[in-house]
Write a protein that binds this ligand. Structure first.
Ligand code: 3PG
Length: 204
C-alpha cells in the first residue's frame, strides 16, 4: 500500500506516546474497534519499538507506523520491525532518500510552501502538515490548495474533536492525526470504552 492509500483507510490517525508494551495492545484494540486502525507510535519513549512489536504481534488488524522519525538509524530499526509506515515532523532530503530505500511508506511533514516545493520535487504528493494549527491551520491549507492542488495532506498538531471535521472537509485533506483520540489519562485509567468512543466519534 502506498502512503496515500494507507492514509485513506481511516479519517483519523491516533498519535500515540506509549511506554508500556503490556497495555499497548489494549490501546490498539480499543482504537481499531472505533475504526481508527492506522496507528502512529511516536519515537518519544525508550519503549516505543517494543510497544510497536507488541501491537504488531497481538493486534493484526492494526496498521502500525512510527512517528517522530528523525534519523536514518531509526529508519533502519523500522525496517527490522517490518513496520507499515513512518512519519517525520519535517522534510529532509537525505532522510527521505533513506525512507525510500527502506521501501516503507513514508509521510514527512511540511509547514511552508518552500518545504512543500522541495518535497514535491523529490517526488512526494502526500504530506503531513505540521504543526497544523500553529502553522496556519485551515487558512494555510486553503491557500496551498491553489498552487498545489495535487498535493494531499494529513494535518497534525492542534487537531481536536472541535476542529477535526473542519479540517476533514477540505479538498486537500485525506485524514487528520492527533493525540486527542487516546489521551494519556484515559490510557492510564485503562478506560478502553472511552477511547473507542472518541475514535468512533472522529470517524463518523
Ligand atoms: C505530535 O507530533 O505531537 C502530533 O502532531 C500530535 O499533536 P497533538 O498532540 O496536538 O494532537
Amino acid at each position: 500500500m502506498n502512503i496515500r492509500s494507507l492514509l485513506a483507510v481511516s479519517k483519523v490517525i491516533p498519535v500515540l506516546e506509549l511506554n508500556d508494551p503490556s497495555t499497548a495492545p489494549d490501546v490498539a484494540r480499543a482504537l481499531c474497534k472505533g475504526g481508527a486502525s492506522v496507528l502512529e507510535i511516536t519515537l518519544r519513549t525508550p519503549e516505543a519499538f517494543d510497544v510497536m512489536t507488541a501491537i504488531k504481534e497481538n493486534v493484526p488488524e492494526a496498521i502500525v507506523g512510527a512517528g517522530t522519525v528523525n534519523t536514518e538509524a531509526q529508519i533502519a530499526r523500522c525496517k527490522d520491525l517490518n513496520l507499515d509506515f513512518m512519519v517525520s515532523p519535517g522534510f529532509h532530503k537525505p532522510l527521505f532518500d533513506a525512507a525510500k530505500e527502506s521501501g516503507i511508506p513514508y509521510l514527512p511533514g511540511i509547514a511552508t510552501a518552500s518545504e512543500l516545493l522541495a518535497a514535491s520535487h523529490a517526488g512526494l504528493d502526500t504530506l503531513k502538515f505540521f504543526p497544523a494549527v500553529a502553522a496556519g491551520g485551515i487558512t494555510m491549507l486553503k491557500a496551498l490548495n491553489g498552487p498545489y492542488g495535487d498535493i494531499k495532506f494529513c494535518p497534525t498538531g492542534g487537531i481536536n474533536s472541535d476542529n477535526c471535521k473542519d479540517f476533514l472537509n477540505l479538498p486537500n485533506v485525506i485524514c487528520v492525526g492527533g493525540s486527542w483520540i487516546a489521551p494519556k489519562q484515559l490510557i492510564q485509567a485503562q478506560a478502553w470504552d472511552e477511547v473507542t468512543a472518541l475514535a468512533t466519534a472522529a470517524n463518523s
